[in-house]
Write a protein that binds this ligand. Sequence first.
Ligand code: DUC
Ligand code: ZN
Ligand code: ZN
Length: 466
Amino acid sequence: MLLDLIIRNAKVATAADVFHADIGIKDGLIVCISSTIDQTAERQIDAAGRVVTPGGVDAHCHLDQPMAPPVKMADDFETGTRSAACGGTTTIIPFAAQAKGESLQAAVDDYHRRSDGKAHVDYAFHLIVNDPSPNVLTNELPALIQSGYSSFKVYMTYDDMKLDDGQILDVLAVAKQHNAMVMIHAENADCIEWLTKRLESASQTSARFHTRSRPMLVEREATHRAISLAELVDQPILIVHVSGREAVEQIRWARAHGLKVFAETCPQYLFLTAEDLGIDDSFEGAKCICSPPPRDASNQEVIWNGLADGLFTVFSSDHAPFKFEGPDGKQAFGTDAAFRHIPNGIPGLETRMPLLYSEGVLKGRISLTKFVELTATNPAKTYGLHPRKGTIAPGADADLVIWDETPYVIRNDQLHHAVDYTPYEGRELLAWPAMTLLRGQVVWDGKQLCSTPGTGQFLKCDLPTI
Ligand code: DUC
Ligand code: ZN
Ligand code: ZN
C-alpha cells in the first residue's frame, strides 16, 4: 500500500506513554505506527527531535453565538476555527444555544447554517438548554442525543439563561435516562445580583469590580449545589471553568464520596489574576472580564495542582470572543459602562495548547502524557468522540501537532482570530506548533494557514466513554 504521508522519527506522545516512532497516514487516517515504517509514501515529514501530540480537542468555546444587540461575537466559524488550527487544535465543540421559547432543534439548525462550509477544523456541538419545556425534555433532547448531540450545558446564573434547581433536576434526569453528559456553569445568580446592586449603589462599577461581584463563595455554593443535584439524580456532571480553591474543594469532596463529578479549567485561571481586571478604574480591565473571574496567584497554584493530580478532566479555552474597540464588543455600552453591561468572555482558542505545553510541560508542572490527556484524549472521551479523535493510534483520524520548542512571544497581530486583543499580549512562551494536521492534511505549517473554509467537518458525538 502506498501511504499518503509518513511522519518520520517522531517523539509520539499519547495520554498513556511517550515513544519514538514513524506514523503512517492513508486517506486521512493513521494506519500504522512503528519504530520504522518500511514503506514509501507520497510525502514524508521528518519530525526528528520533535514531539508529536494528538491535535487538540477544545471542548468549550463560543463562536457566532447570538447575543442581545448591540453586542456581537467577533469570531464566526471561519475566523474561530482558523485560529484553532494555527494553535494546534483540530476539533472544537462550541455550543448551539437555545433561546427561551425556541425549540432546541431550531437552535441546532441555526448553528449548522452558521457553520456549514466555514470551518477549518472539525467540530461538534454541545446544546445549551435554556428552556427545558416538556417538549424539550420528552421529545427534543432524547432525539438529539440519539442523533449526535450527547452533551448539554445548563447555567445557574445569567438572567437570560439560568435554570432553577427543579429545572436542572429535570435536565439531569433526561441525561441519566439516555447516558448523556451535563456541563454545569456553577455560580449563584442571586448572590451575584445582590452584590452587584450593592457595588452599584456605592458607585463601584468599573471593570475591576466584576471580580467583587463574583467572589469564590458564589462559585463554591453553586458547585456544591450542582453536585448535590447530580447526586440526587445519580447522574455524572462536569463542572465547567473552575477558577480556584473553593470549587476545587467541593469537587474533591464529591470525588471522595464516590460521585462522578468531572471538572474543567481554562488558561485564564492559570495565567490571569483579578489584577488583570484593573487596579484602578480604567476600562482596560474589560479585556479580562470573564465569569467566573480570574483569582490570585495562590489560586493559580491550586489549579496547577489540580491539573497535575487528576482533579481536572479537561482543559478548555472557554473562548468567548468580543472585540475591545468598536460598537459591538467590550465597549458596546461605552468606555464608562458599568461592569454588569460589559460582555463576559475572553479569546483563547489559539493560545490554549501552546500556553499549557510551554508553561505546563516544558516548565515541569505537568507531564507530557497529562498534557495530551487534558487537551485531547479526555475531551474526546467525555463527549463521545474517542477513539476517532484525541489519540494517536491506528484507525484514528490523523489529527496531529508537531511542536517547535523555540521561544515564541504572543502578539495579537500574529494570531488568527478576529478579536483585536489577546489577554496574553507579550507573554513569552517556549514553544508553538510547527505544524498542525487535520485528517492528514497540513492546516498550519508554522507560518501560515493552509486550509480553506469547509476543510473542517461536522462530527456527530457518541455517548461519553469516560
Ligand atoms: N463565561 C461564560 O460562562 N461563558 C462565556 C464567557 C464567560 O466569561
Ligand atoms: Zn459558563
Ligand atoms: Zn463558556
